[in-house]
Ligand binder design. Structure first.
Ligand code: PLP
Length: 396
């Protein structure tokens, strides 16, 4: 007898990224622009805080909500970033990465069949996380012409009788899209008019460039009570392995999330929480150093891609670019597989982030500039060879 799998789990497709990276891992000499995690090692003073935590014998559980000192540091950080004050004792939950916070938030608010809208292309876990919480995920495609921002009219048109919540992620993985204040206010207007909850995943909010201030939807008057603000330390502080995220929201929501978190996770690891305190209290200069480096790489990648005829707008956030590859005559899957086999460069097919990602690939610039330069040279050669093939076929 084989153990039957629950229907809603069986029906979730495997992540396209995973299949692709299984191929990448089986190959030698590949330059990967595929990875969505910082190439920087966590800054030393933050690692030291984790080591010191172990040295002091801090090896037990913490409060389910997280260390009070960390929750105060989170509340101060969020207040500085958004102007919104969260009570560290009642309105903040420390989670195991933003991943857990997304899962717990959805499970806390969804009844079976409730619909969640999200803009696409988007982070691979949104739709499966909604399905795992017995909700219905509905994508709103965004367009390269709009630099992949979410239009308020598109959101308005997508709202239906079962819509309960909207998931936002600006700056966006995989496009690097950002939204300005007026655009966010328009989205907030739709959410208020239709009485929708908002889950805003702002994991890349520190990584915005060109002196562009990130503007959070929770800063719009009237939004705090309907918003679950999700953030974490993985990206901006290069702390993916520490697994620290957090959720801020109204006390009733945090209490509901706490029930799920308490019974499934108990608490985030204490030495990681100690490291997170160090990051939030004293890590800003380290974060800004990494951000300056990302900005230089982004400028290089965007101009290199445009020069080789792969249209790419200048994204103002995260560490991804999302060039259009339709001029090569290949689908995003074909382009990525052939580039990998013929030139040993890994990028992610845009379709891994939803059907509306077709015609694009995601390149991450969380890789050293020297590697990026070689990768760009190889992609340039690949495009020249593809065009020569196309011309030869047309001539024949
Ligand atoms: N949200 C987005 C948009 C991401 O891109 C990622 C990771 O790539 C996550 C959440 C997961 O982050 P964490 O490491 O905090 O679980």
């Amino acid at each position: 007898m084989s153990i039957p799998i629950a229907d809603h789990v069986r029906d979730i497709p495997k992540s396209g990224i995973r299949d692709f990276f299984e191929i990448v891992q089986s190959m030698a000499d590949v330059i990967s622009l595929g990875i969505g995690e910082p190439d920087f090692v966590t800054p030393w003073h933050i690692r030291e805080a984790a080591i010191y935590s172990l040295e002091k014998g801090r090896t037990g559980y913490t409060s389910n909500l997280g260390l009070p000192r960390l929750r105060r540091a989170i509340s101060d950080t969020v207040q500085r970033a958004t102007g919104v004050q969260y009570d560290p004792l009642r309105e903040v939950l420390v989670s195991v990465g933003v991943s857990e916070a997304i899962d717990v938030a959805l499970r806390a608010i969804l009844n079976p069949g409730d619909e969640v809208l999200y803009h696409e292309p988007c982070y691979v876990s949104y739709s499966p996380s909604v399905a795992l919480a017995f909700g219905t995920a509905r994508a709103i495609p965004t367009r390269a012409e709009d630099h992949f921002s979410l239009r308020a009219d598109a959101l308005e048109a997508a709202v239906g009788p079962r819509t309960k919540a909207v998931m936002l992620n600006f700056p966006t993985n995989p496009t690097g899209a950002t939204m300005d204040r007026a655009q966010i206010e328009a989205i907030a207007g739709v959410c208020i008019r239709h009485n929708l909850a908002v889950l805003t995943d702002e994991i890349y909010s520190e990584l915005t460039y060109d002196d562009r201030e990130h503007f959070s939807i929770v800063s719009v008057p009237g939004m705090k009570e309907r918003t679950i603000y999700l953030h974490g330390l993985s990206k901006a502080y290069a702390m993916t392995g520490f697994r620290i995220g957090y959720a801020c929201g109204p006390n009733s929501i945090i209490e509901a999330m706490m029930k799920i978190h308490q019974y499934s996770i108990l608490c985030a690891p204490i030495m990681s929480q100690d490291a997170a305190v160090e990051a939030l209290e004293r890590g800003e200069p380290s974060m800004l150093r990494m951000r300056r480096e990302y900005a230089l790489r982004r400028n290089y990648v965007v101009s290199a891609l445009n020069e080789m005829g792969l249209d790419c707008f200048m994204p103002r956030g995260a560490f991804y670019v999302f060039p259009k590859i339709t001029s090569t005559g290949l689908t995003s899957q074909e382009f990525s597989l052939r580039l990998l086999h013929e030139k040993r460069v890994a990028v992610v097919p845009g379709t891994a982030f939803g059907a509306s990602g077709e015609g694009h690939v995601r390149c991450s610039y969380a890789t050293g500039l020297e590697q990026i330069k070689i990768a760009m040279q190889r992609i340039g050669e690949f495009c020249v060879e593809l065009r020569a093939d196309q011309q030869a076929r047309t001539a024949a």
